[in-house]
Ligand binder design. Structure first.
Ligand code: UDP
Ligand code: MG
Length: 331
């Protein structure tokens, strides 16, 4: 090996592929062989170093997933098998995997091969061009059912309206540099909504578009119930808009109530249409109703401040510091 070859090897980043698995026995053997082939292909192309690994995280599966993973880890140096003590959900399983890695670049991907792993190569290319976050974005959803497509895309629109910054049609297929991952780990919240937090951290990023495939085998582990709860979690973890809406509603109803009160008083004093007790019932009802709503809104505003504080999110991340060398006093 001559010097230039040696520096090439030293400069090649190591890659970690993190795969959360929940009852994936049907698809795992295929996933394993595809990812192993991918690693050796990328190594052969000298894009990644031979210290690259695949981290499978068993999220408390009830089928043969763990047995398969144990076997794979025993058989291949590249495979690391991690078992969670019980089912903690996709986001937590993924996070557990991310935190276990030590490699230079980290790609997260689902076990079902819906996000074609060959895109990992393009992600690595983007990384080599200097991007620290590379989003996998689904350009087409031909294979999703109409219902899944409709709910998923509607969801991105609602999130946007709520002020949550998401990459449209990007799920959890992405590449992170070691620095981006370290930064992500500074987010100390227990309500993990990774695709939102990744947007928060910033850094130079780019996008790799791909067509989402049908599941290779097995069925979706995200039934409607889980999807709705995930969507709601995303909104409440990133947006205080629902609380703000109470204030707005309180103001609106106060405004409308005011005109209604004027009308009630006019009917009471300037016509004979008012029944006894009518005005004295309606007035307090309108008044107290809108005052209560407004007060709840105000409490909501403070609650939203507490919520922001409690999350203890880091306030900034430095992406570059430029200074003259040898001039330490410039710090
Ligand atoms: N998954 C997980 N824990 C869960 C549910 C799902 O680790 O509680 C994993 C699952 O094995 C898969 C990924 O999360 O690798 C995405 O799940 P799925 O493909 O079922 O979701 P969909 O693509 O249908 O939204
Ligand atoms: Mg899937």
């Amino acid at each position: 090996m001559d010097i230039s070859e040696l520096t090439m090897t030293i400069n090649q980043p190591s890659l970690a592929v993190v795969v959360p698995c929940y009852n994936e026995e049907e698809v795992l053997p295929k996933t394993l062989s595809v990812l192993l082939a991918l690693l050796s292909d990328l190594e052969a192309k000298q894009k990644i170093s031979s210290a690259s690994r695949i981290y499978f995280v068993d999220d408390g599966s009830k089928d043969a997933t763990w047995a398969q993973l144990e076997q794979a880890a025993a058989a291949y140096d590249e495979v690391v098998a991690i078992k969670l003590s019980r089912n903690k959900g996709h986001q937590n399983a993924l996070y557990a995997g991310l935190c276990t890695t030590t490699e230079d670049i980290i790609v997260s991907i689902d076990a079902d091969l819906q996000d074609d792993p060959k895109n990992i190569e393009y992600m690595v290319d983007e990384y080599l061009k200097g991007n620290e976050v590379v989003y996998g974005v689904r350009s087409a959803r031909h294979t999703d059912t109409f219902f899944k497509r409709f709910t998923a895309e509607g969801y991105y629109h609602v999130m946007k309206k709520m002020g949550v910054d998401l990459v449209f049609n990007h799920a959890d297929f992405r590449l992170l540099s070691r620095r981006a991952l370290d930064t992500l780990q500074q987010y100390d919240e227990s309500n993990l909504f990774l695709r939102g937090i990744v947007r928060e951290i910033g850094f130079k990023s780019s996008v790799v578009e791909y067509e989402r495939q049908a599941r290779e085998a097995g069925e979706s582990k995200y039934p409607l119930r889980k999807m709705l709860s995930f969507a709601w979690k995303g909104i409440t973890a990133f947006s205080t808009m629902p609380l703000r809406m109470i204030t707005v509603l309180g103001l609106l109803s106060g405004f409308v109530s005011f005109f209604l009160m004027v009308w009630v008083l006019a009917v009471r004093f300037f016509s004979d249409d008012a029944m006894p007790g009518w005005a004295s019932t309606l007035l307090p009802l309108l008044f107290i109703g809108s005052v209560q709503l407004l007060c709840m809104g105000i409490i909501g505003e403070y609650l939203s401040k507490i919520y922001e504080e409690v999350k203890r999110r880091p306030k900034y991340h430095i992406s570059d510091i430029v200074k003259k060398e040898n001039n330490k006093s410039d710090l």
